[in-house]
Design a protein around this ligand. Structure first.
Ligand SMILES: [Zn+2]
Length: 185
């Protein structure tokens, strides 16, 4: 018994515990920022429903504020929203997602037209113009859907990865991710 007690006294272990607790309580600015990102979704930050953000994107408007005049012409868009200053290309390679959306939508439209026309004309032969119609959709679809696909992808992106502090003009922010973040527990 005395040996065990002596052993406990000889081998105390307070120092590592203190080190661990200090490490846990230290708040790195990036951690601070990332936790704020997790805590306040974009829809809540902007004070609108997620469906509205998606609808804005589908209409080729700024998903953050609903502002227009983003596209100088059909293929050339501004880097930032002229209304709320939101920078659309949030990370390098951002637009790959819009390409994917464009491809899926155009292929979906081609398949839908092909399938529905074949079903309607069955059992008669498929009309000759169907081929040209599908080709026209495949050729023009990506061009026509270019602006909406870009803003729709940006809308999805800000819903998946909440806005950071300062990304959008504060006048369009209902709940600021830095100022109004929930208290730490
Ligand atoms: Zn905007």
């Amino acid at each position: 018994m005395s040996n065990q007690r002596a052993g406990r006294e000889v081998n105390p272990n307070p120092l590592p515990r203190e080190r661990v607790s200090l490490r846990k309580t230290a708040v790195h600015p990036e951690h601070h920022r990332s936790s704020a990102r997790r805590e306040i979704p974009t829809a809540r930050q902007l004070g609108v429903r997620p469906s509205r953000i998606l609808l804005r994107g589908l209409m080729a408007h700024c998903p953050a504020c609903g502002g227009r005049y983003i596209f100088k012409h059909w293929f050339m868009m501004a880097n930032r929203c002229p209304t709320c200053t939101f920078r659309f290309e949030r990370v390098d390679g951002h637009w790959i997602g819009s390409l994917a959306i464009n491809t899926v939508v155009v292929f979906g439209a081609m398949l839908a037209v092909l399938f529905s026309t074949v079903m309607v004309s069955y059992p008669n032969p498929t009309p000759w113009w169907l081929l040209w119609l599908v080709i026209a959709i495949g050729a023009l679809g990506p061009i026509l859907f270019f602006p909406p696909s870009r803003m729709l992808w940006t809308a999805i992106d800000i819903l998946l990865r909440p806005l950071l502090h300062g990304e959008v003009d504060p006048r369009y922010i209902a709940v600021d991710p830095y100022r109004d973040r929930p208290p730490r527990t």
